[in-house]
Design a protein around this ligand. Structure first.
Ligand code: B12
Length: 345
């Protein structure tokens, strides 16, 4: 018999994973809604706990939790609660994975409006956290429905929906549009929130981590230059921002060009060693913050033959002070095109 130390769980637990028994409060925390919303979903749509432990309140099983996670994904993707509940009751827990990405793309007609509009429930209204003091609401901040879905999912720490939205956008609009029109505005808002309130680091981290993971897997498998001289993408010492490198790797892969990402905060000696060892055709150095020391890396560039094309990107570079022959790319598409022409030679 499986016994859990989780204070949220019931004392007498069953023998299978489906016997996970959670309180309303525990489920509410896990899926990111108010407990009152769960009670509403139970009362109105029958999406309640299916287990009863004698002498205690009713508890949610693992299967109940999965259904509620599906419900949550669908409502985050913009579906009316009543329609989402109907989909979940018909399709089970798979409804979220099956329908949320489609809804995010707005290509599927929503479930026909057979239901009465839901009466406004203050708990449901409040269920997606806002940006906090000084920031407009998500709907006012973002004109584009995709941006809203991404922002709401990030605020709710709903990693599966963040990844779904990104994958769908990459497949339908490509890397540059996904980066410029979907991701950058939401990343900038997350950064602005932190700047204004000091809050939301967890949202920023989840968004950044998921973005990086999705962009990296999008880039996997693209062939490197036939010349045998690879493309190296690296952030300068002290620099923790690396998403633009992941975006560049994905944009290059989309053009059929593989690259090697050396990551963030690479020490100068390690960069020099990588250049000597691989003899790259092009090198991109990212510096986001002016406090990071990119010029040191340029000074240390080893004199290999043929010399690589050296590109820089990010707001940290003193563009006027760059050494002769070093290019500055001001955006993703420009960086991609410069690397492609460097490789084509
Ligand atoms: C995600 C993120 C992080 C993540 C990074 C994770 C990762 N794997 O990359 C983590 C949590 C590590 C992080 C850490 C920090 N961060 Co930060 N972060 C961000 C955030 C939200 C997005 C960064 C990003 O990818 N931006 C890319 C695009 C979106 O940037 P952009 O400015 O629009 O792009 C311009 C150019 O760079 C160019 N461009 C855009 N895309 C591309 C692509 C290519 C290939 C090229 C060539 C050019 C290009 O065009 C634009 C116009 O110039 C930004 C918010 C923001 N506004 O960017 C803050 C932000 C950059 N961070 C900030 C700060 C202060 C920090 C920390 C110091 C916080 C701290 N106290 O720890 C640390 C820095 C640590 C370090 N030494 O590097 C500030 C920087 C303020 C400043 N200018 O000095 C920002 C702006 C947040 C804010 N509003 O205050 N951060």
């Amino acid at each position: 018999v499986q016994v859990s130390a989780d204070p949220d769980q019931g004392a007498s637990l069953g023998t299978s994973p489906s016997a996970l028994l959670l309180t309303v409060a525990a489920v509410a925390r896990r899926i990111g809604v108010a407990p009152a919303t769960l009670r509403t979903w139970d009362r109105r749509y029958g999406l309640g706990p299916s287990s009863h432990v004698s002498g205690t309140h009713r508890r949610y099983t693992a299967a109940d939790l999965e259904r509620l996670q599906a419900m949550r994904r669908l409502t985050l993707a913009g579906m009316q609660a009543a329609d989402a509940a109907r989909a979940v009751l018909h399709l089970g827990a798979h409804a979220g994975a099956a329908l949320a990405p489609v809804l995010a793309g707005s290509t599927l007609p929503r479930t026909p409006p057979t239901s009465e509009p839901d009466p406004v429930d203050p708990a449901e209204e409040a269920e997606v956290p806002g940006w906090g003091a000084g920031m407009p609401d998500t709907d006012d901040l973002f004109a584009d429905p995709q941006q809203r879905v991404l922002a709401r999912a990030a605020l709710a720490l709903d990693q599966a929906t963040v990844a779904d939205v990104l994958w769908r956008s990459l497949r339908t609009t490509g890397v540059v549009a996904t980066w410029e029109q979907l991701l950058r505005p939401v990343l900038v808002a997350a950064g602005r929130r932190w700047e204004l309130t000091g809050e939301g680091v967890e949202v920023e981290h989840l968004l950044a981590h998921t973005t990086e993971a999705v962009l990296r897997s999008y880039a996997v498998g693209a062939p490197e230059p036939a010349s045998g001289r690879p493309v190296l993408l690296s952030a300068v010492p002290g620099e923790q921002h690396g998403l633009p490198l992941a975006a560049l790797a994905a944009a290059l892969a989309e053009q059929g060009l593989g690259s090697r990402v050396l990551g963030t905060d690479l020490p100068v000696v390690a960069f020099v060693a990588a250049v000597r060892r691989t003899g790259p055709s092009a090198v991109m150095l990212w510096s986001h913050l002016s406090s990071t020391s990119g010029l040191e890396v340029l000074d240390a560039m080893p004199p290999i033959r043929p010399a690589p094309v050296v590109l820089t990107g990010g707001g940290g570079w003193p563009v006027e002070a760059l050494p002769a022959g070093v290019c500055y790319a001001s955006g993703l598409a420009e960086a991609r095109d410069l690397v492609v022409s460097a490789v084509e030679g």
